[in-house]
Ligand binder design. Structure first.
Ligand code: NAP
Length: 237
């Protein structure tokens, strides 16, 4: 079968490796991260919206579209749903299970940026690990707060109230504990990216009894079949 995998996360790479010996697989990335080393065709960059993706599906005679993108990459998931309809092929999706709090965790939830700003009012030194949004919105920074922002690569805005750390994970529990202590962090801001193990930053927050605010996941379109494991998805093909 000719399959297009929309990827960009580790499990999507695993899926491509599993399917490549049996199917004709094209693996697609947005082009912001590392180039994956895969035994199948890899393409990089946007398609030009859902119409462009539908055209690609037709031109490449794709028979099955698999959305294995990050749970917060909502635009490409919406495009995938529309493009699969236009190209009249089934859409399957890998949907990562969300993380759940354990006893002792102080997890709070924010629907969007304004709700997050309200949730942060009682804190002074938040640590943001939600990508570039705090850098785009740094003018919302109240004078009594200091923000620590970690992302892959970016330029810091001109304010002494924000420290930018450009770094690529994974990070160890020891590294995360040291960071939270060094910067006197009093709240951690994360996406509920989910997946297998809970990330070290969440374990570090638990260890130091630091509250966590999670940005809610965006609503995603329904696929023809949805899986919470790429192994189960591969087995169903
Ligand atoms: P997004 O907002 O949903 O997508 C923005 C645009 O990027 C899409 O409209 C599409 O451009 C292009 N695009 C996204 N994923 C693509 C893919 N796999 N192949 C080809 N084009 C793609 O996505 P995002 O949140 O910027 O994330 C970009 C990529 O990084 C995704 O593939 C995702 O799996 C990965 N990622 C995201 C996060 C996160 O927190 N958002 C974390 C880890 C990894 P066109 O409309 O031009 O086709």
């Amino acid at each position: 079968m000719r399959i297009l995998i929309l990827g960009g996360i580790g499990e999507a790479v695993t899926l491509a490796r599993t399917l490549a010996p049996v199917h004709t697989v094209i693996y697609s990335v947005a082009g912001k991260g590392r180039w994956p080393d895969l035994p199948c065709a890899v393409r990089s960059g946007g398609f030009g919206g859902s119409d462009g993706l539908a055209l690609f599906l037709r031109e490449q005679r794709i028979e099955r579209l698999i959305d294995a993108t990050h749970p917060y990459a909502a635009q490409i998931s919406r495009n995938a749903a529309r493009a699969a309809r236009l190209a009249q092929i089934p859409l399957w999706a890998y949907r990562r299970p969300a993380w759940r709090p354990e006893s002792g965790d102080d997890w709070r939830f924010a629907a969007d940026w304004p709700a997050l700003m309200v949730g942060l009012r009682e804190f002074r030194r938040p640590f943001f690990t939600i990508g570039l949004e705090p850098l785009r919105r740094w003018t919302d920074l109240p004078p009594e707060q200091h923000w620590l922002v970690r992302c892959l690569a970016a330029q810091a805005p001109a304010t002494p109230h924000l420290t930018l750390l450009c770094a690529t994970g994974p990070f160890t529990l020891e590294q995360e504990i040291a960071l939270l202590r060094d910067y006197q962090i009093d709240v951690l801001v994360v996406k509920n990216s989910g997946g297998g193990a809970v990330e070290a930053k969440l374990a570090a927050a638990r260890r130091l009894a630091i509250p966590v605010i999670m940005l809610d996941r965006p609503a995603l379109p329904t696929a023809d079949r949805e899986f919470d494991s790429v192994q189960r998805l591969a087995a169903a093909l």
